[in-house]
Design a binder for this molecule. Structure first.
Ligand code: MRU
Length: 341
């Protein structure tokens, strides 16, 4: 599979180079980031996005920043910058997870840059291995000709390689198994249209883009055999936060008797959240709904908007949660717990 190197260090390792995901699919623009403010903004503005990719980015970002600290202030600045980056977006748990790993490495190694370089590389390498395993497990459910509906973007640029929710589809394509992918466009920021349909089409997959409000129709027409979605945080009982609109897809899938699977690495499971009620949901700017990316506003100036970036799908609607270790089935309080024993 062709891979897009969307998060990597510059040759001298002083900068982090990322593919600006806000410019896709029209322009491939790479940004070079060095300051804490630039790194913060890249997450906040979704130049880098997708839960695992945010974690990978945060690991490399802390390595870039760590090279700017003096010996005396090393640990205090490291902790301060990690807390600052952690405040950029609240929902994807991979961000705090990666920052905690880097902070622990900094503390245990006494601020050794080689140890930090190795740790951020390990976060990336582990994600590649996890996404490959998740894709294999997901693919084991599918057969030639199946239609798979996905929401938002959980592909290679949201992770490392293959992705999670669309990993099985890309892997099937590599192996000559023909599937049909349906992408919800994913309002308001169109990750499904701009990113998922772009990734799938580039890989040669039979890809159909639909507006979010068309999912019920394509399901009723028998075109969808499975729903595969990613996740930003999974609570201990299986409640799952993912891009806004995922919950609605799960309810529709239940109505039509279509299996609904969540795919994600174990780094996205947060056993400290007992249920979905404990997951913080990001609220974003009204202008993302009203005017962002339109030539002119699509709503009257000043109209009140509510823009939660994620929703929480109740565990009762989820047929299985696919991690690198296999497919967890209900009751999730037991099957998810077993992953960490
Ligand atoms: O706001 P985004 O684009 O970062 O939201 C991303 C999603 O909701 C993805 O589905 C999720 O992070 C999983 S990516 C493998």
């Amino acid at each position: 599979m062709q891979t897009v190197d969307h998060v990597h260090l510059s040759e001298d390792e002083k900068e982090l180079i990322i593919l600006d995901q806000t410019q896709l699919p029209n322009r491939r623009i790479y940004l070079r980031l060095r300051s804490r403010e630039e790194l913060f903004r890249a997450i906040k503005e979704l130049q880098v996005r997708g839960a695992p990719a945010i974690g990978i980015f945060a690991g490399f970002a802390m390595y870039v920043l760590a090279q700017q600290y003096s010996r005396e202030e090393f640990l205090s600045r490291f902790r301060e910058d990690a807390a600052y980056l952690n405040s950029s977006r609240p929902t994807a748990v991979n961000l705090s997870w990666a920052l905690r790993r880097m902070t622990r490495t900094a503390e245990e190694s006494g601020g050794d840059l080689h140890a930090l370089r190795a740790e951020c590389q390990t976060i990336l390498d582990e994600d590649i291995a996890m996404c490959t395993a998740i894709s294999e497990h997901g693919l084991s459910l599918l057969k030639e000709g199946d239609g798979v509906l996905t929401h938002c973007n959980a592909g290679p640029i949201a992770t490392s390689r293959y992705g999670t929710a669309i990993g099985p589809i890309l892997m099937a394509q590599e192996r000559g198994i023909r599937l049909r992918a349906f992408c919800d466009e994913t309002r308001p920021l169109l990750q499904g249209a701009r990113l998922t349909s772009w990734e799938l089409q580039n890989a040669g997959v039979d890809t159909t883009l639909i507006c979010d409000n068309m999912a019920a129709t394509v399901m009723s027409q028998g075109k969808i055999q499975f729903c595969f979605v990613g996740c930003d945080r999974v609570a201990a009982n299986g409640d799952t936060a993912n891009k806004i609109g995922t919950y609605g897809v799960a309810i529709l899938a239940k109505h039509f008797g279509i299996p609904f699977y969540v795919l994600g690495p174990s780094s996205t499971i947060d056993m400290a959240c007992a249920t979905g009620k404990d997951i913080p949901v990001e609220l974003r700017e009204a202008d993302e709904i009203r005017s962002k990316w339109y030539r002119e506003p699509m709503a009257p100036e000043g109209v009140k908007c509510y823009n939660p970036s994620f929703d929480v799908t109740d565990h009762s609607l989820i047929s299985g949660i696919i991690t690198e270790k296999g497919i967890c089935r209900p009751p999730y309080t037991e099957s998810l717990k077993a992953l960490f024993e």
